[in-house]
Design a protein around this ligand. Sequence first.
Ligand code: TTP
Ligand code: MG
Length: 397
Amino acid sequence: MDMDAFFASVEQASNPALKGQPIGVIGSQERTVVVTCSYEARKFGVRTGMSKYEALRVCPHLKLVPGRNRKYTYISKQITDYLLTITPDVEVYSVDEAFLDISDVLNTSDEISYMIKSFVKKNFGITCSLGVGSNKLIAKMASGIKKPDGYYKVESGDEIDFIDRFKLGDIWGIGRRLEKRFNNMGIFKPKDLREFGEDKLTDMLGINGSHLYRMVCGEYLSGVNTDDPPVKSIGHSMTLPTNLYNREQAANYLLQLSEMVSARARKNSYAGKTISLHIRDIELQSVRKMKTIPFFTSATHHIYETVMEIFDEIWEKRPIRALGVSISKLVPGLIQLSTTMDADKRWDDIYKAIDSMNGKYGDFTLSFGSVLNCKRIGSRGISPAWRPKGARDVDVL
Ligand code: TTP
Ligand code: MG
């Protein structure tokens, strides 16, 4: 299942003036890049990733709408909950895509498709496209070919014929770069790649080559993966509203980012040992460094202190464009907020107060005073790793 022009459709559904109009949703982060656009806008050549100026050049009457990420993640969660009533075997693949293993469901795929489309339409006034196939590759490719409001089923046995309809670069996971590499070798179609053979592909690309060979044969190794992979790190990064020039300004944002990381670790019961800082300067040069501390922590003040130590070691005094903080070497099920080394014994109570207040009234209702010096507070984008549950469910503005 893949939602059609997801963010744009949500905006059109909630504002009658936008219905049937070419619209572009601009990211709430920088508000300059089109993150998606309505099908009406696509007719004019507007595309995801264009700057708003480029988009207005190809479609001068394009309406630009700032994204409302919280609304999109809310709808995504509701849809996931519905999908889980059809089968527990649901893999949430991104904010607007999911795979369902329907082999054990009694309804036919036509019925299931009807049920999902009706739910989405009735509750949110938007459409989705569904593809059915004997594996994830075929289903994913099938979901794309009748968009929008599409439904396409590939019968078992027709996989190779179906795959042969696509150009190499349009096959899920191949991409333009690899396509070009193959084109330079005289390989243009899935059939050419099959004839090239599994052995040569494996020599060229290792295990990925053999995987690719299976794919052009219409096969796919991994099934619908219902378990979220274990969380390896918790991180937040921010492109700053204005460039930062001194340590004190940076410290305010680093405290904020440390609190975002820590709050998510506390909420989902994780403690970690390795703390990383990432600094990107205005020339888009990046430096990053990690430090492992002698104890596991879930606390903002431990993360922040370590981050500032790293900052003093790696910052080369160039104006800062973006900052990122993350914690890794995680243990699940442990929340550690103070150690015997902490001089102040009130930390446990402080975090308890912060979390209960913010749980009720929203992130950063109660926080550290210096955070108020930041022009931007809170997370703004939906990362590709966003999931509707657990530590990957990052609240966004
Ligand atoms: P997509 O499924 O790639 O696009 P879409 O749903 O807008 O359009 P389509 O009908 O072709 O499926 O992405 C889903 C949403 O994710 C999209 O509405 C906006 C968001 N998104 C980003 O924020 N950044 C990106 O780079 C992309 C590709 C999508
Ligand atoms: Mg989509």
